[in-house]
Design a protein around this ligand. Structure first.
Ligand code: GLC
Length: 723
C-alpha cells in the first residue's frame, strides 16, 4: 500500500464517527436500496432486521446490483446523503461469466486450460465492470470429493494443485495488473474460506471435521494460491472448521489467514454467516455473534445486522476495542482506494460500453471454445463422430433446453443460449434432424415417449440429451441419489430396444452414477453445463469439427455408496488388489469395486495417443539439483487432437501416510495426426514437501516414483531418490 494511500485513508478514518465506521461493515442486497428506501423510508426487510436509515446511508457496500444506469443512480443517491462522501463498493457473484456464460467451473476445470480460464474471467470482469460492478465473489476454490454436494458444480475439482492453478488463473483474469487504471477488471474474492466442500454426507452447510494436517495438505492450498496471486478479498464459509464456525474462527482468520499468510485485505462473511453463529451454538445472541465475528477478523457482515445493531454498544462498553473497528474500516477504505472509487465512484459503469461488449460475438466465441474444451468424452465405441449424411433423432429433456448455464448464472439468458438442437441444425439439413422431448427432467408422458419412439425409428442414430435441471445442483442442492432421474433411465431403456446406435450427451452439475446410461449407449459426452454457447460447442464435438479433449477433475464414482472417492487416497494397512481373489480381510466392498467408474484425469479423444521413452535426467534429486522428466507422446490417429500429459508423484515412505499419487505437473499439447512431441517437466525438492506429524512443511530423503501418463490410473513409472 503506497504511503499517500494509507495516509489519506487514515485521515478519513479520523473524521468518521463510530457509527459511520460500523456502517462500513454493512452489506445489503440491492433491493434494500430500491423502491421505498430511495424515498428515504425504512420499510420491509430492513425494518424486520431493525436496520436504521443512518446505517444504510453510511453502509459500505451493496450486494448484487448490476446495470450501469442502476448502479450510478444507487451511488448518486448514496453520495448525496453520505456525510464524508465515502462511495459504495458494488459486489456481486460473477462466477463463470456475467451475461456471456462460460461452462460451470467444474467444466472449466476439465479443460485443464489456464489460458482460457484466465480469458473467461477477463471477459466476465469486463462485462461486469461496464455494468457497474467492482468486486466479484469468485473464484470459488473449495476442494470437492463428494458429488452429493450440490456445489461441486462451482469447483474445479478434487486436486489441490490443479485447483490452485485455476485459482491463480481466475484471479489474474478478474483483477488484471492494476485495478485503479484498468476499469475493465474487478477485484476478486476467493471463497469459501475454508473447506466448505468437505461438508459431511455431502449435505450443504453441514459440519466439516478434519485434522489440521488434512486441511493444510488438501483444502487450503488453492485459497493460498489465489491470495499469492493478489486476490483482494476472502469470503468466510458457513461451516465449522475444527468445531468453530469459520465466521467466528479466530484461529482460521486471524492466526492463519492474517498472521501466518499475511493477508491484509477485506474479509467478508457469507450471506448471514455472522448471525448463524447463533444456530451453530457458539453465540447466544446477535451481540455475541458480532463480538466473535469482529474478534475473528470478519470485516463485512453480509445481509445480517449483528454489527449494525450491536457493535457500537460493544465498543462503548469496552467489550470490543475500537482498534478492531478501525483496522476493518481501513481495509475497506483501502479497497475502495485501490478501485479508484473516491476519484471515480462510477468506475467502469458505462451504458454505451454495456451495449457494445456484453454478450458480444467475440465473448461468445471464447465461451464456445472453452465449452468445447470443457466437455469430456467418457465412452465411444464408434458411434462418434456423427456423419453429416446420417439422419439424427435428438431426444431428451435437454434437446431444446436453454437450461444449460448452470448455477450462478443469474445474469445469463437461457433464451439467448445456443441449445443443442440449434447446434445440430447448424450441421444438418432440416430433413436430417428429428427432435423429440422423450420426457421432462423428472416426469414424462406416454405421448412424449411415443413421439420419441416414432422419430427414433426413422433415424440412423439417436442422440440422447439427458441430465439434471440446473436447479438440482448448486447451493442447497445436495442429492443422496446421484443417478439420472428414473424417467430418463426408462427412456434410455425403451430406445435401446430399437437397436440403433445411441449417444448420450449429459448436462449436469456433478459426477453422476452413470449406471443405466453408460452401459446402455455406444458413446457418452459429459457436457456439464456448457454455458451460453453450449449447443454449438457440443454439436462441433459430436461431428468431429472439434476433437474432445476434456479430462475429469473429479472422479466419477461407481455408485454413491463409494463416496467419497478420489484419486489421491492412501494405501491403508490392508490394501485391496482386484487380482487378489483370495484375501478377505482387506479394505474392499463386498458388492462394488474400490476404483471409481472413471478416474481423475480421464478423458477420450477421437484419436489415440501413445507414450514412450519416458526418462529422468538423474535418478537422484537434491534440494539444489532438480531433475527433468521427458516423455515422447505420439498422435496415432487421423485427426489432430489435444492431450493432457500428467505427472504424478508417489512418496513411498513418509513420516505420515502419503497418498498413492499426487498430481504435480501437467501440460496440454496439440498433436497433428502422426505427430510426436517430446514433453519435459522439472521435478524439484519443493514438490516433495508435505505436512509432517508436527505440521512442518518439509521433504524427506528417500524413495519416490514419478508417473507420467494420460490420467491418474495409467502412466509410466520412473523411480528416483531424494537425497
Ligand atoms: C451465497 C453463497 C456465496 C455467495 C453469496 C452472495 O449464500 O454461499 O457463494 O457469494 O451468498 O450471493
Amino acid at each position: 500500500m503506497t504511503e499517500n494511500l494509507t495516509s489519506s485513508v487514515h485521515s478519513l478514518l479520523q473524521q468518521m464517527t463510530l457509527e459511520e465506521k460500523i456502517a462500513q461493515f454493512m452489506q445489503l442486497a440491492t433491493h434494500f436500496y430500491e423502491g421505498s428506501f430511495s424515498a428515504g423510508q425504512i420499510t420491509g426487510p430492513m425494518e424486520e432486521m431493525g436496520i436504521r436509515k443512518e446505517t444504510v446511508l453510511n453502509s459500505g457496500s451493496v450486494l448484487g446490483a448490476s446495470g450501469a444506469r442502476e448502479i450510478r443512480s444507487i451511488q448518486d443517491a448514496h453520495l448525496k446523503e453520505n456525510r464524508l462522501g465515502i462511495p459504495l463498493v458494488m459486489m456481486a457473484d460473477i462466477v463463470h461469466g456475467f451475461e456471456t456464460i462460460f461452462p460451470v467451473p467444474l467444466g472449466i476445470g476439465c479443460s485443464w486450460n489456464m489460458e482460457l480460464a484466465e480469458q473467461s474471467a477477463q471477459v466476465a470482469a469486463k462485462e461486469a465492470a461496464v455494468s457497474g460492478i467492482h468486486v466479484t465473489f469468485a473464484p470459488m476454490v473449495d476442494l470437492v470429493r463428494d458429488p452429493r454436494w450440490g456445489r461441486v458444480v462451482e469447483s474445479t475439482g478434487e486436486d489441490p494443485y490443479l485447483n490452485g492453478q485455476f485459482a491463480r488463473a481466475f484471479v489474474r483474469g478478474f483483477q488484471g495488473k492494476d485495478l485503479k487504471t484498468d476499469l475493465h477488471r474487478v477485484a476478486a474474492c476467493v471463497k469459501h474460506f475454508a473447506a466448505y466442500g468437505a461438508a459431511e454426507g455431502g449435505r450443504d452447510y453441514n459440519t466439516v471435521n478434519m485434522s489440521e494436517r488434512e486441511l493444510r495438505e488438501n483444502y487450503l492450498p488453492a485459497y493460498k494460491a489465489a491470495l499469492d496471486e493478489g486476490c483482494e478479498m476472502v469470503m468466510t464459509s458457513f461451516n465449522t472448521v475444527d468445531g468453530i464456525p469459520a465466521s467466528g474462527n479466530a484461529t482460521l482468520m486471524r492466526h492463519l489467514l492474517r498472521d501466518e499468510w499475511g493477508f491484509d485485505g477485506v474479509i467478508i462473511s457469507d450471506w448471514g454467516a455472522v448471525k448463524e453463529l447463533i444456530p451453530h451454538g457458539v453465540a447466544a445472541d446477535e451481540a455475541e455473534a458480532a463480538k466473535k465475528a469482529i474478534q475473528a477478523g470478519v470485516d463485512i457482515e453480509m445481509m445480517t445486522p449483528c454489527y449494525a445493531n450491536h457493535l457500537q454498544e460493544l465498543v462503548e462498553s469496552g467489550v470490543v476495542a475500537e482498534e478492531l473497528i478501525d483496522e476493518g474500516v481501513i481495509r475497506i477504505l483501502q479497497l475502495k482506494k485501490k478501485l479508484g472509487l473516491f476519484e471515480n465512484p462510477y468506475r467502469g459503469a458505462d451504458e454505451q460500453q454495456e451495449k457494445e461488449v456484453v454478450l458480444c460475438a467475440e465473448h461468445r466465441a471464447v465461451a464456445r471454445e472453452l465449452a468445447e474444451k470443457s466437455c469430456v468424452m467418457l465412452k465411444n465405441e464408434g458411434a462418434l463422430p456423427l456423419q453429416k449424411e446420417q439422419k439424427v433423432a435428438l431426444i431428451g429433456p435437454f434437446a431444446e433446453s436453454g437450461d444449460i448455464l448452470g448455477a450462478w448464472s443469474w445474469h445469463g439468458s437461457k433464451e439467448k443460449a445456443m441449445k443443442l438442437a440449434d447446434g445440430l441444425r447448424m450441421k444438418l439439413d432440416s430433413a436430417q434432424l428429428l427432435v423429440g422431448q422423450g420426457c421432462d427432467i423428472q416426469t414424462g408422458t406416454e405421448k412424449q415417449l411415443e413421439d420419441a419412439l416414432r422419430i427414433a425409428e426413422q433415424a440412423d442414430v439417436l442422440v440422447l440429451a439427458l441430465g439434471e435441471a440446473s436447479s438440482m445442483s448448486g447451493e442447497a442442492c445436495s442429492r443422496s441419489d446421484i443417478r439420472l432421474p428414473q424417467v430418463q433411465l426408462d427412456l434410455v431403456k425403451r430406445l435401446k430396444e430399437l437397436g440403433k446406435p445411441m449417444i448420450a450427451v449429459l448436462f449436469n452439475g456433478r459426477p453422476l452414477d452413470l449406471h443405466g446410461v453408460i452401459d446402455q449407449v455406444d458413446a457418452v459426452l459429459e457436457a456439464w453445463y456448457p454455458g451460453t454457447e453450449g449447443g454449438a460447442a457440443v454439436a462441433n464435438l459430436l461431428f468431429g469439427d472439434s476433437n474432445p479433449s476434456g479430462r475429469l477433475t473429479m472422479s466419477i464414482p461407481f455408485s454413491v455408496g463409494q463416496v467419497p472417492v478420489y484419486y489421491n487416497h492412501f494405501n491403508t494397512g490392508r490394501p485391496y488388489y482386484p487380482e487378489d481373489t483370495e484375501s478377505h480381510y482387506v479394505s474392499k466392498y463386498l458388492d462394488i469395486p474400490n476404483e471409481p467408474l472413471l478416474p481423475f484425469g480421464f478423458g477420450l479423444s477421437y484419436t489415440t495417443f501413445s507414450y514412450s521413452d519416458a526418462t529422468l535426467s538423474e535418478n537422484t534429486l537434491t534440494k539444489e539439483q532438480p531433475i527433468s522428466l521427458t516423455v515422447k507422446v505420439k498422435n496415432n490417429g487421423k485427426l489432430a487432437g489435444e492431450e493432457v500429459v500428467q505427472v504424478y508423484i508417489q512418496d513411498l515412505v513418509g513420516e505420515v501416510v502419503r497418498p498413492l499419487k499426487e498430481l504435480k505437473a501437467f501440460k496440454r499439447i496439440h498433436l497433428e495426426p502422426g505427430e510426436k512431441k517430446v514433453v519435459s517437466f522439472t521435478i524439484t525438492e519443493e514438490q516433495l514437501r508435505y505436512h509432517h506429524a508436527n505440521l512442518d512443511f518439509t521433504s524427506d530423503p528417500g524413495a519416490f516414483i514419478a508417473y507420467v501418463g494420460p490420467n491418474s490410473e495409467e502412466g509410466i513409472a520412473l523411480p528416483f531418490e531424494l537425497q
